[in-house]
Ligand binder design. Structure first.
Ligand code: AMP
Ligand code: GLY
Length: 438
């Protein structure tokens, strides 16, 4: 089987490893936006190309007689790459452009939740003009969030009390969006602990993955600017220390309700990964956002735990046969940490040498935004490399990740607090306080 991987970050490195572990004999090809030496070592051909242009992806797929494609990032989905591949009868792990609106339009997803009465939707309004904005802000008082309605890597979201300090500031941000011809959503600010729950979806049936918690803020103790995600963890037995079984169950039901609503809305089912970004609040589990792909870094956690054959699973997914599939995840804990360039995310260093020769176990390492020039590994300006620790306890998994990441040489930093007992206790205490018990 000829398999196409689209994308070249750490998430895609994890996907490539999972494909190559399969007992199905396959040849893997990758169309990439940067040279990822980890992926390059696993594939028959890695070509740097425009992963967001359906024509160039189709050409590459035709050249290699691709049977199945796995789309890593959101931008190719937003640009209709899955539509173009499906036209060639290539099965795609990744939805069509219309179904990917689940991620590409926050307003679309809120309307979908409202129309199909899906639990967990905050109070919200969609706007393309300023009419009614001031009144809605008054109604929400100090608890509101303004979201640019489009792909902005999380950077279009401004939260009252964090990025917006008055209705005047907020109106100015809305005005900026309108002046650029954009749309935006204003919604109730939710208070609680965030987590991600991803599901494989074959159009009808879902298979859920373990819940994971990402860390969006750049610096220790959840301070500093928002990033793509500095690291993530899950606890043993497919749990998180601050969630109860009901929370996880309601997140799964919400993903199922979303898949059903999409099928009703479009007539065709969603094939790919449904990523629910949830928040556990005093009032139950609510939806922060949806993504139409694996999370990065969350993919490193869940794929490190996956015991089933990933490629078999992808084949079942594109054939609409997930109901026949029984999935198995290891019950260990995992901790993933990213090393990022000094200055990330606002003014990241680029082009500096980094060294990974001191890492004992290369299987723990995932390459992300790197390049290789004259045999030297360099940082390419975004999240650089990720490491994962897998162990019987969170404390051990954290220690393994920390040991590995501290051996990486170069002008990089990481969050040493991710997965530590202290930060996890803070999450538990926060949730207990919100739920009114200690
Ligand atoms: P998003 O791109 O929608 O995931 O938003 C980025 C980040 O903004 C989320 O990870 C949350 O931390 C925060 N955020 C988004 N929506 C809300 C909300 N309704 N209430 C509180 N925080 C939010
Ligand atoms: N971990 C956040 C994301 O993948 O969007």
């Amino acid at each position: 089987m000829n398999v196409l991987l689209i994308g070249s970050g750490a998430r895609e490195h994890a996907i490539a490893r999972a494909v190559k572990k399969s007992k199905i004999e396959s040849k893997l090809f990758c169309i990439a936006s940067n040279y990822n030496p980890g992926i390059a070592a696993l594939v028959a051909d890695l070509t740097i190309g425009n992963i967001n242009a359906p024509d160039s992806v189709v050409k590459f797929a035709e050249k290699h007689s691709i049977d199945l494609a796995i789309i890593g990032p959101e931008a190719p989905l937003a640009n209709g790459v899955a539509d173009a591949l499906r036209k060639l009868a290539i099965g795609c792990v990744g939805p069509t452009k219309a179904l990917a609106q689940l991620e590409t339009s926050k307003g679309f997803t809120r309307n979908l939740m409202k129309k199909y009465k899906i639990a967990g939707c905050p109070i919200y309004q969609n706007y393309s003009k300023l009419d009614g904005v001031a009144e809605f802000l008054n109604e929400l008082g100090d608890n509101y969030v303004v979201k640019f309605d489009g792909l902005m890597g999380g950077k279009g979201v401004k939260v009252a009390g964090e990025h917006l300090n008055s209705h005047k500031d907020s109106l100015a941000y809305c005005e900026e969006i309108v002046a650029d011809g954009g749309r935006f959503v204003i919604e109730e600010k939710l208070i609680g602990e965030e987590f991600s729950l991803m599901s494989f979806c074959d159009g009808e049936r879902l298979i859920h993955m373990p819940p994971v918690q990402d860390h969006k803020r750049a610096y220790e103790n959840d301070t500093g600017p928002n990033t793509g995600g500095m690291g993530s963890y899950n606890d043993k037995q497919q749990s998180l220390p601050f969630l109860n079984d009901n929370d996880i169950h309601s997140a799964k039901l919400t993903n199922e309700a979303i898949a059903l609503a999409l099928k009703k809305e479009f007539g065709t089912g969603y094939q790919g990964i449904i990523y629910g970004g949830f928040i556990a609040t005093a009032d139950g589990v609510k939806v922060i956002e949806y993504n139409a792909r694996f999370g990065d870094p969350e993919a490193m956690n869940v794929l490190a735990l996956l015991e089933s054959d990933f490629l078999e699973l992808c084949v079942a997914l594109v054939n609409g046969e997930l109901s026949e599939y029984s999935i198995k995840f290891n019950s260990k804990a995992t901790v993933c940490k990213y090393a990022v360039p000094n200055g990330y995310p606002d003014a990241p260093l680029k082009g500096e040498n980094i060294g990974i020769s001191k890492i004992n176990n290369p299987d723990q390492l995932y390459y992300a935004s790197v390049d290789v020039i004259d045999g030297q590994l360099i940082e390419a300006g975004s999240r650089t490399v990720a490491v994962v620790g897998v162990a019987d306890s969170l404390a051990q998994a954290e220690a393994l990740a920390e040991q590995a990441i501290s051996r990486i040489e170069g002008p990089l930093f990481h969050r040493s607090d991710i997965g530590t007992a202290k930060l996890i206790q803070k999450r538990i205490d926060n949730m207990n306080n919100l739920r009114g018990h200690s």
